[in-house]
Design a protein around this ligand. Structure first.
Ligand code: IMP
Length: 437
């Protein structure tokens, strides 16, 4: 069984907790795109883990974790995280952590170029995480990137770094920054690459062999559908493909081996960075946004940036369900809405006076959207920690049913708090089968 798990909105839907819950049932957890721009917080009892590059499965001693070929890996960030997790008592060995030889490395000049690129865009900047993600993917598509396998051969690493740096330095200097030095970069990267060597693996072969032995594999998307470079709110997107098609490419597995797709949807929406956000709570709704931000702790787990908050957008989420082919949805952060008198759901868009039911491609249109809302009553009582659907107030149940109907997919799991046991699994759902499998 191979299940893909993907955020349906603009990220931070609470994937970390759901992957953590499922990881117990799976033998392997693999990431297939992105890098340390991601940030999952996972709470286990008193302990909080922040994961950026490593799949959430790493917390489970029995899971093997894979960083797939579709990822971009900053070796410094990788070992910072490995060391941090080790200090928190997690055992990380090459037996349980495999890094694709075909993944690309993020180099110090990629970080510098991420800064200059944002500076060049000025008011139209993307609001990236400044981790060098975009420039590393640019080099990959430009066929000059440094793959893990290349970096393991010192002459190749030296050649690539020297050649790429020549070009990178022209841009870096143009923006008034001091040029970077190839020898310094090599001195920094080479020992890290040597430390990486035992973890390096032909991960698609590893996954194919695991599949033959009927191992259960979870493919963990980072970022989310509306940040997908093809399908998201371009150009305000990340540079990879979090959507389910990207999982096959980025993990190196045949698409027809994927047995199911699980969407993570939050009861409201957030976005970090710039870009269109049709249901954003602005002006008169700022107080509600602040309340949600506080109750939902909506601050970047890595960058600490306050997240922009908005109402649930059924048009965008239906689009995500269709694109990814969600078989089931996990609905997160129900308890965050406990305090609201009423809750709005965007059920359609109006653009230039016309009603639109599909998600527009043109960024100018995205900025012109007037959301058409339906207002549902709040339940004004505590759902925190509920473990059975019957324990939820009727109005909360109606809200969940409304969301499910509006996106056309079953909601198979409801998260009612950050802890593992603050979870409802709906009986007779596809999700329940995945948990039983
Ligand atoms: P980049 O991925 O650093 O290039 O940033 C591109 C856009 O994706 C920016 O708007 C970021 O805020 C956003 N982004 C990247 N990673 C995440 C994430 O894990 N959660 C939410 N937004 C993200």
């Amino acid at each position: 069984m191979i299940i893909v798990i993907i955020g349906a909105q603009w990220g931070d839907e609470g994937k970390g907790k759901v992957v953590d819950l499922l990881a117990d049932r799976f033998d392997i957890v693999a990431r297939y795109q992105g890098g340390h721009n991601a940030g999952h917080s996972v709470y286990v009892g008193e302990r909080a883990f922040v994961l950026r590059l490593l799949p959430s499965g790493i917390i489970h001693a029995d899971s093997v974790c894979v960083l797939g070929n579709g990822m971009v890996i900053d070796p410094k960030a990788f070992f910072e995280e490995v060391d941090q997790m080790t200090a928190q008592g997690v055992s990380i060995t090459p037996e349980r952590l495999k890094v694709s030889s075909r993944a690309h490395l993020i180099m110090p000049y990629h970080r510098a170029l991420d800064h200059t690129s944002e500076e060049r865009l000025g008011n139209e900047k993307i609001g990236t995480t400044l981790r060098g993600i975009g420039p590393a993917y640019e080099d990959k598509a430009g066929r000059r990137g440094v793959r893990v396998a290349d970096a393991l051969v010192p002459e190749v690493l030296k050649l690539r770094v020297e050649r790429n740096l020549e070009e990178a330095n022209r841009i870096i200097v143009l923006y008034g920054q001091p040029p970077l030095r190839a020898d310094e970069i090599l001195n920094e990267i080479s020992p890290l690459v040597e430390r990486l060597r035992p973890f390096v693996c032909e991960t698609s072969h590893f996954l194919a062999e695991a599949k033959k032995r009927s191992k259960k594999i979870l493919l963990e998307g980072a970022q989310a559908t509306l940040l997908d470079v093809d399908h998201g709110t371009y150009p305000y997107v990340t540079s990879s493909n979090p959507t389910s098609g990207g999982a096959a490419v980025g993990a190196g597995i045949p698409p027809h081996h994927i047995s199911g797709v699980l969407g993570i949807v939050r009861t409201y929406a957030t976005r970090v960075g710039e870009g269109p956000f049709p249901t954003e709570m602005l002006d008169a709704e700022e107080a509600t946004a602040n309340l949600i931000r506080q109750r939902g702790n909506e601050y970047g787990s890595v960058t600490k940036r306050p997240r922009r908050c908005g109402w649930f957008d059924a048009v965008a989420t239906r689009y995500a369900a269709e694109l990814n082919g969600f078989d089931s949805v996990a609905l997160t952060k129900l308890d965050v809405l406990d305090a609201l008198d009423e809750i709005k759901v965007c059920v359609g868009y109006e653009i230039d006076g016309e009603r639109v039911e599909t998600f527009p491609a043109v960024s100018q249109d995205l900025l012109k959207i007037k959301p058409i809302y339906e207002t549902l009553p709040g339940w004004k009582s505590e759902t925190l920690g509920a473990t059975k659907i019957e324990d939820l107030p009727i109005k909360a149940r109606e809200y969940v049913e409304f969301l499910s109907a509006s996106i056309g997919v079953e909601i198979g799991l409801i998260s009612t708090g950050p802890e593992r046991d603050q979870t409802i699994i709906l009986p007779d759902s596809v999700m329940e089968n995945w948990f039983k499998a």
